[in-house]
Design a protein around this ligand. Structure first.
Ligand SMILES: C[S@@+](CC[C@H](N)C(=O)[O-])C[C@H]1O[C@@H](n2cnc3c(N)ncnc32)[C@H](O)[C@@H]1O
Length: 352
């Protein structure tokens, strides 16, 4: 199924048109008032979740909330387009330049999008990873095991896995800034190390690890099949692979695609500075990954199962996210909410 078609899953035509209209306004506004687009998109991004840890939603029912906000943000965008603006392209003094595309640097290096985000994560935020991990993955897949954290970012889960009793953990990523943050926070711990490398070509022999953990990485690569086959290759027979991927469908995933497209018009630094001005809490800057990441693929459970079956893995178990911010949690809490969150997220515990 084409990516375009997948986005329409669970999404009725009327709602899709409303979302498309909002984004057509935002695309115009990006040229005149990019900072207002950041303000509006911040509001839009947060209402797409079932809960917000920092601001109470006035309207609790997510369907009603999204409907209401969609109308309000559309009106706000229309009015914003009436505001006067200057031709910044000619204004050399301005601290940013409006470009049509994100810089090549960002395009080529996903790591550069994530790097500044990991820097914002404080040690305490990283410690939250241990709680999140406990609610999602059984400890026994880590206890006394040799573990790879493939695409470790700032190392929050590498550390959480180490704390779950692993014999040894290697965190691997190709982003220099993330690796630097990981080493700064956790570099002095025995049996926990960090290595630079590509998940599409893992620098390990086959059957090296008892457990391979990969959280939110493979959908950012150019080759999902190759990425998954690499995770399976380096895992020992009888070992476990824990795989988290974005899924597809509904308002949520459809909107993420449009947000990613829209933000190509607005420099990363502008958004980052504006969100700082708004005093967005540090661990919420992760919003920006969707806005700026060069590749974000949305995959169905079926597609991933098909890839895994071809690799002859022994068992595939679907894990339901139990944390409040997991889309699965909201999908379960609110009946018939596939129109909002589609297939939710993909969490598979795989046995090789
Ligand atoms: C959403 S972050 C997840 C990080 C970490 N697993 C976590 O959950 O905190 C995605 C990470 O994947 C890394 N990444 C993307 N493609 C990669 C590749 N081909 N090889 C290695 N790392 C990659 C990025 O640099 C980024 O740190």
């Amino acid at each position: 199924m084409s990516n375009k078609k997948k986005g329409y899953r669970f999404l009725d035509n009327k709602k899709r048109k409303q979302i498309d209209f909002l984004f057509s306004l935002l695309n115009q506004l990006a040229v005149k008032h990019p900072y207002l687009v950041v303000l509006i998109l911040h509001e839009y991004t947060r209402i797409l979740y079932g809960v917000d840890p920092y601001i109470d939603f006035k309207i609790k029912n997510p369907k009603l909330r999204i409907d209401t906000k969609l109308k309000e943000l559309t009106d706000f965008s229309k009015l914003s387009l009436l505001l006067g603006s200057y031709n910044r392209k000619d204004d050399k003094k301005f601290y940013f330049k409006l470009t049509d595309k994100v810089s090549n640097d960002l395009k080529n290096k996903t790591g550069n999008v994530y790097g500044p985000l990991w820097k914002r994560f404080k040690r305490i935020n990283n410690h939250e990873a241990l709680r999140l991990l406990k609610n999602r993955v059984q400890k026994k897949i880590f206890k006394n095991k040799k573990v790879l954290d493939a695409g470790c970012g700032g190392g929050r889960y590498s550390y959480a896995i180490y704390k779950s009793g692993a014999q040894s953990v290697i965190g691997l990523d190709y982003g220099d800034i993330g690796l630097k943050v990981a080493k700064k926070n956790y570099g002095k711990i025995n049996n926990l190390s960090f290595k630079k490398g590509d998940v599409l070509n893992l620098p390990f022999k086959k059957n090296t690890f008892d457990t391979v953990f990969s959280n939110g990485v493979i959908h950012h690569t150019s080759n999902v099949k190759k990425g998954i086959s690499e995770l399976v290759r380096v895992c020992k027979k009888g070992g476990n692979i824990w795989l988290y991927l974005y899924s597809t469908g509904g308002i949520f995933w459809y909107s993420r695609r449009l947000m990613n497209e829209l933000m190509k018009k607005i420099p990363y630094e502008l958004s980052s500075n504006f969100l700082k001005m708004m005093e967005l809490p540090d661990n919420r800057f992760i919003f920006m990954d969707n806005w700026y990441v060069p590749i974000e693929k949305h995959l169905s459970h079926e597609e991933i199962v098909k890839i895994l079956k071809k690799l002859n893995v022994k068992k595939i178990k679907k894990i339901i996210g139990k944390n409040k911010f997991d889309l699965d949690f909201s999908l379960k809490k609110y009946k018939n909410s596939g129109s909002i969150w589609g297939e939710g997220e993909i969490r598979f515990l795989i046995e090789k």
